[in-house]
Design a protein. Structure first.
Length: 432
């Protein structure tokens, strides 16, 4: 591994350090994260000592949330206050714990219902070369509503010699839940690929929107909801064996055994989802779901534990022939057990990107990912219709739900009852 200086971007052979964090906050809105984020953000800053003789702050930080706020508020589009509060908190914590008092700039933030993504860049480095910032969203809930779906941020980092540079794309997603909904999760992923579309890159044919794969570096994070598919004959299967699976998760060998039943790993091996992506050893840490709220290390018996929260990545210098290796060096991939306000634990990764090529691409072309020959992602021609159909339904259902919650003093069911009683009283009064 090459070493970096105290600012990765200042190295002659530039290797940017990217920190990615994801957390399903269980619909808690302003109460979704602790006021001190040091457990989530600081570990990467400490681990970065491994990269250089001096302490090193990440060049780019991407933070994703799922179930950001109560669903009726998210559907109604009332996320502005929560996302602004989250941005201010993250920015203050990044700068409070940066090893060399580095400052950060918000590159972009985007939210759709409860899925949110915020991306930051170090002020005195890479942020000064960021151009063409774009945000996108798509829903893959019922009728393309946004209770499930993805948001994305794309930008271009210009070369120091004023060349076109490289494109960075970050996607945060929340896919269909429940162990038996594997086919729905696969369909969600392909819907996101086809409908999370960005404007054309420099050097591309004008007017042609591109998928998330049309980029130099691609990062995918979120609550992907893939579960452990344990056969009924497996000694860990069934509620009677819950203690056995908990004990297995406490050991590295037990987790290595259980990871073979991880649906995402199985489907990636088959080539049905996340084509071209890489992922680190997620079994090096315990399953991130489903914990008892308020507990550091106690799983809820309502669900079989699973690695639902994941971070995947790929870069243009990765080979299309195999997904076993990557030019990206994974320095850290772990979960943060100390967060107890959700039934999920947040995950975090620290990734050291490969150096820019000595001979950059000619002309105005940006280097793009190399994909398997049997995989050709294409934009969905009906993306606009699907997105805005879902958006209109989001707002109608969300506003009605929100009004019922107000009428019911915080409870929609009570609100329905109050509405019926009120309507009945009004009808009786009119009849008199």
């Amino acid at each position: 591994m090459e070493t970096t200086t105290t600012a990765a971007a200042s190295s002659g052979s530039e290797r940017l350090l990217v920190q990615i964090a994801s957390y399903n906050t269980a619909l808690q809105g302003f109460h979704g994260v602790p006021q001190d984020l040091v457990d989530w953000l600081s570990p990467t800053l400490k681990v970065s000592n491994f990269l250089s003789r001096g302490r090193c702050a990440p060049d780019i930080v991407a933070v994703g949330f799922q179930e950001l706020l109560p669903l009726h508020q998210g559907l109604a589009g009332l996320s502005t206050g929560v996302i602004q509060d989250r941005n201010a908190l993250i920015l203050s914590q990044l700068e409070a714990h940066a090893p060399n008092r580095e400052r950060y700039t918000l590159v972009a933030k985007v939210v759709n219902v409860g899925v949110a993504l915020l991306v930051y860049a170090i002020d005195e480095g890479v942020s000064r070369r960021i151009h063409d910032v774009q945000t996108q969203w798509t829903g893959c809930g019922p009728a393309f509503m946004g209770n499930k779906g993805a948001v994305g941020v794309r930008f271009r980092v210009q070369n120091k010699d004023d060349g076109p540079g490289e494109s960075y794309t970050f996607v945060c997603a929340h896919l269909t839940a429940h162990a038996n909904k594997l086919a729905a999760r696969i369909a969600d992923y392909h819907h996101i690929v086809g409908s999370l579309l960005f404007p054309p890159l420099p050097g591309s044919p004008s007017g042609e929107h591109t998928t998330m794969y049309s980029t130099s570096h691609l990062f995918f994070l979120g609550d992907l909801n893939f579960r452990l598919a344990l056969p009924q004959t497996n000694p860990y299967a069934g509620s009677a064996n819950f203690g056995r699976i908990e004990a297995a998760l406490d050991t590295q060998s037990g987790r290595e055994e259980l990871k073979e039943f991880d649906q995402l790993l199985q489907e990636r091996r088959k080539g049905t989802v996340f084509q071209g992506f890489r992922e680190g050893e997620f079994w090096s840490f315990k399953c991130s779901y489903k914990f008892k709220i308020g507990e550091v290390d106690k799983y809820s018996h309502q669900r079989t534990p699973a690695w639902t929260d994941r971070i995947l990545y790929t870069t243009y210098s990765d080979s299309s022939d195999t997904t076993e290796n990557s030019a990206i060096t994974e320095v850290l991939y772990t979960t943060i057990p100390s967060y107890t306000t959700s039934d999920h634990k947040p995950v975090v990764a620290l990734l050291l990107l490969p150096p820019a090529p000595i001979v950059p691409p000619t002309g105005d072309h940006i280097p793009l990912l190399s994909l398997p020959l049997d995989f050709a992602p294409r934009p969905d021609p009906f993306t606009g219709i699907k997105k805005y159909t879902g958006r209109v339904l989001d707002r109608i259902i969300g506003i009605v739900w929100w009004l019922l919650v107000i009428i019911g003093v915080g409870n929609a069911a009570v609100g329905i009852g109050n509405f019926i009683l009120g309507f009945g009283a009004w009808t009786w009064w009119k009849s008199r």
